[in-house]
Design a binder for this molecule. Structure first.
Ligand SMILES: Nc1ncnc2c1ncn2[C@@H]1O[C@H](COP(=O)(O)OP(=O)(O)OP(=O)(O)O)[C@@H](O)[C@H]1O
Length: 511
């Protein structure tokens, strides 16, 4: 039980135990439970040397989700330890019991998503497995190569595609960037609770419970209960249309704009997920030109964009069904601006074959500036936070260097290496920084002194200090600049003899 700002939070023992077969690795300092608002401190207006608690919690939450592993006891028997160059697989969805649920509503095949670590670069990726799929022609890989080259802030990056028998079947695996704590538009906006509310409650304009409601019930712009704010819908429109512009400009089509395939992070950042899958699953090897169907699919993308926006605007998945479409467009016309209505009419009811995603730019109009402004403001905040943390990283690297040099009797089988020359001075300097004592010989601990010494060492300032051995027999007057030189030369000496160091691979560790 914990009281924060007058609110009492209760925890059960379960909160501290493993989470449904998932565990956090024991080499982290994260709490054994997910970060909770109860641990955040009230904001102060004082300038701070560290990032705000909210941001720290958000980042810790993402890091801990990236590090999450399967508890060995709960490992599903059919989950391989390794798949190609990936290990530590963790399913991103709970197992489905019913055979009806097994097929993806989008792809028509059974699919599974896993978080996994690459043995090649150590980064975490999302593996999307298509069960029981045999690749009949490798020609479609030309399209996959185009996808891999495409980079956009609103597209989940496709990295690799391979076939595998690691799951004891013929599976096709698509490797994407992993975005921890991401959820999809479907689960954020159309979860079962909200749907129940929309279908049975006040906002049901589709007469699904058999009781027709007068349409004037929710009249008034933006006042209808349960509808999303228009600014949020435009934020999605700007991002999704921006992704589509890039995809279409590359001669490809997205083919997966669907509430389950639009990933959401933070409050309103969206990315289109699962690009490229349809290009493989529905590839027709008899077609001479693999791009021949793209203009047709691009037109379908515009309709899918329209349907997704319409579902968001009328806050109902049912609303995009053909028989409800007109009702939904009426809901939009009554509750949102004419621009949003025009956009949806253009995407959903204009059947010209020459439509382009560029045509919707005038409808977005000045809202584009609001998006740009919000993105730049966020960037400024992040940069200010990074500024604070970059100093901490610098001092950490300096301490690592000192730690690898100090007290190292085995180096080159020379027991005196750490005790002589440059290293001797660094040993005395280590004592000067960390082992200060007061006049009675008790430890004198002052973090300000430690930080100041490390900063001056890193900057190599000309200021001189007096270093003294513990037996008080040697006293050396030395500048920080000379000490910095000692650190650099001793550390590079160590690097050169270390086969595992970045010196061999060409990367300088701790630089
Ligand atoms: N690249 C990714 N990074 C992080 N999490 C992801 C990523 N892709 C998917 N997820 C997570 O996996 C969950 C399931 O995604 P998925 O696309 O399979 O949704 P679905 O509703 O099960 O769709 P389908 O019916 O096609 O299986 C998402 O809600 C999201 O939390």
């Amino acid at each position: 039980k914990e009281n924060v700002g007058g609110t009492t939070y209760f925890y059960s023992q379960e909160d501290f135990n493993s989470h449904g077969g998932m565990v956090f690795p024991n080499f982290t300092v994260y709490p054994g439970m997910l970060p909770h608002i109860a641990h955040m401190k009230p904001k102060s207006n004082q300038p701070s040397f560290f990032m705000p608690d909210e941001m720290k919690m958000e980042l810790l939450n993402r890091q801990s989700l990236s590090l999450l592993q399967m508890d060995a006891e709960h490992l599903p028997p059919d989950l391989p330890r390794e798949v190609d160059d990936f290990h530590n697989l963790v399913p991103l969805e709970p197992p489905t019991m019913s055979p009806l649920q097994q097929k993806s509503s989008t792809f028509g095949y059974q699919t599974s998503a896993y978080k996994a670590i690459s043995t090649k670069d150590g980064f975490v990726y999302c593996l999307r497995r298509i069960h029981g799929f045999r690749l009949s022609s490798t020609k479609c890989m030309a399209l996959i190569d185009l996808w891999k080259k495409m980079q956009h802030a609103n597209i989940v990056q496709l990295r690799q595609v391979f076939t595998t028998k690691a799951f004891n079947d013929h599976s096709m695996v698509f490797v994407y960037d992993y975005h921890p704590a991401a959820e999809n538009v479907m689960s954020r906006h159309f979860s079962s609770n909200q749907q129940a509310h929309n279908v049975n409650g006040y906002n049901n304009p589709y007469n699904l419970d058999g009781q027709a409601r007068p349409f004037s019930a929710g009249k008034g712009r933006g006042t209808q209960q349960g509808l999303l704010p228009e600014s949020l819908i435009w934020a999605y429109v700007v991002q999704l249309s921006s992704a589509l512009r890039t995809i279409h400009a590359h001669g490809l089509a997205c083919r997966v704009i669907d509430p389950t395939k639009v990933l959401l992070t933070d409050k309103s950042r969206v990315r289109i997920n699962c690009v490229g899958i349809f290009d493989v699953l529905s590839f027709d090897a008899s077609q001479a030109n693999p791009l021949a169907m793209m203009p047709h699919y691009q037109q379908e993308d515009l309709v899918s964009l329209g349907k997704t926006i319409l579902a968001l605007a009328c806050n109902s998945i049912i609303g995009i069904q053909k028989e409800h479409m007109q009702t939904s467009l009426d809901v939009v016309a009554r509750n949102y601006s004419p621009d949003l209505k025009n956009l949806l009419f253009y995407l959903l009811t204009n059947h010209s074959r020459n439509r382009s995603v560029n045509d919707i730019m005038p409808m977005i109009g000045a809202r584009f500036y609001s998006q740009l402004d919000a993105a730049q403001l966020k960037n400024d905040v992040m940069e200010a936070e990074l500024n604070k943390e970059v100093e901490n990283g610098r001092l950490y690297r300096m301490m690592c260097k000192l730690g690898t040099i100090n007290e190292r009797p085995e180096y080159n089988l020379d027991e005196t290496w750490s005790e002589t020359g440059d290293r001797y001075m660094l040993k005395l300097f280590r004592d000067y920084i960390f082992h200060q004592v007061d006049d009675r010989g008790s430890p004198y601990i002052d973090m300000g002194h430690v930080t100041q010494c490390l900063n001056k060492l890193d900057a190599g300032v000309p200021e001189k200090i007096c270093l003294m051995s513990r037996d008080e027999q040697s006293v050396i007057l030395v500048s920080y600049a000379e000490l910095k030189h000692c650190v650099e030369s001793s550390f590079s000496e160590l690097l050169q003899s270390s086969p595992a160091s970045g010196a061999v691979s060409g990367l300088h560790p701790f630089s």
